[in-house]
Write a protein that binds this ligand. Structure first.
Ligand code: SF4
Length: 277
């Protein structure tokens, strides 16, 4: 198998790869933080939050020692609070025992995240198989082969190609660096772009989603604000939560939708939506 396609891809990555803050380090803790944040949150949303997080908790030991309320509060807006809890648990293990050989034994670390941390931080020859990688490798039909010792760059390069050139709906085969070798060039069905503002799914701003509302409520609970007590259901259990600044029904002081109940109201209808994730 020729190495020419892989060499062309890596040369393209050197020229056009995305400059993301977690690509400037080999610190396994920093890379784990970025990978956990990226599990279900967009790159643009993660970028600023990642650097603030590392400034506040620069090591696994620092995060492990942080109050849970602070950690959950700093996670607000990233969604799925459970990821922050598992990350802190993983850091407690690392602070106590060091990094395990099998990274997937850490809480919240699945096969993809383990491979990503292994390749990017520890220089292991592992392919971090995300959606972009899977799509590009399928379309290129085995043309790409990472070289030993270069799996980190290979993973980044294929991810970026999948995110910016060989996209799911509209692959741009003309400028693609893999065009000379790709059996799918000009043959992938181009799907129409989603119509702006009409047809298809209605796009709801993240700040108006249940995920964000849950995060706000959980964070308010964890930091112990103490003005007003309302009843909410968390994990299906009714608890008393002091929340400051509920100014109108369904909105907190910053205008973010918060699902909350006054004392005495039925919680049955909102219990599932308020369960912590
Ligand atoms: S030539 Fe087209 S289908 Fe093949 S990898 Fe490039 S963008 Fe994807």
């Amino acid at each position: 198998m020729s190495q020419a396609p892989t060499a062309a891809l890596l040369a393209w990555y050197d020229r056009c790869g995305r400059d993301l803050p977690w690509r400037r380090t080999t610190d396994p803790y920093a890379i784990l933080v970025s990978e956990v944040m990226l599990q279900q949150t967009q790159v643009a949303r993660v970028a600023g939050r990642y650097e603030a997080w590392l400034e506040r908790w620069p090591t696994a030991a620092a995060l492990a020692a942080a109050p849970l309320a602070d950690v959950l509060g700093a996670w607000v807006g990233l969604g799925y609070n459970r990821r922050a809890l598992r990350l802190r648990e993983a850091c407690a293990i690392v602070a106590r025992d060091g990094w395990p050989d099998d990274l997937s034994r850490l809480p919240g670390v699945g096969p993809y995240t383990a491979a990503a941390v292994g390749a990017f931080a520890f220089g292991r020859d592992e392919v971090a198989m995300d959606t972009n990688l899977r799509r590009v490798l399928a379309r290129t039909g085995g043309a790409l082969r990472p070289s030993p010792g270069r799996f980190g760059a290979f993973n980044h390069a294929v991810m970026d190609l999948g995110a910016t050139v060989c996209t799911a709906r509209r692959p741009r085969c003309q400028p693609c660096p893999l065009r000379p070798w790709c059996p799918s060039r000009d043959a992938v069905e181009v799907l129409p772009a989603r119509p702006p503002g009409g047809g298809g799914r209605v796009r709801i701003p993240f700040e108006d989603t249940d995920r964000h509302a849950r995060g706000r409520v959980v964070a308010a609970f964890m930091v112990g604000l103490d003005d007003e007590v309302i009843l909410i259901a968390s994990g299906g259990v009714v608890i008393r939560v002091p929340v400051r600044g509920i100014t109108s029904q369904g909105r907190d002081a910053t205008g973010v939708r918060v699902m909350a109940l006054s004392e005495g109201q039925s919680v049955a209808a909102v219990a599932p939506a308020l369960s912590t994730d």
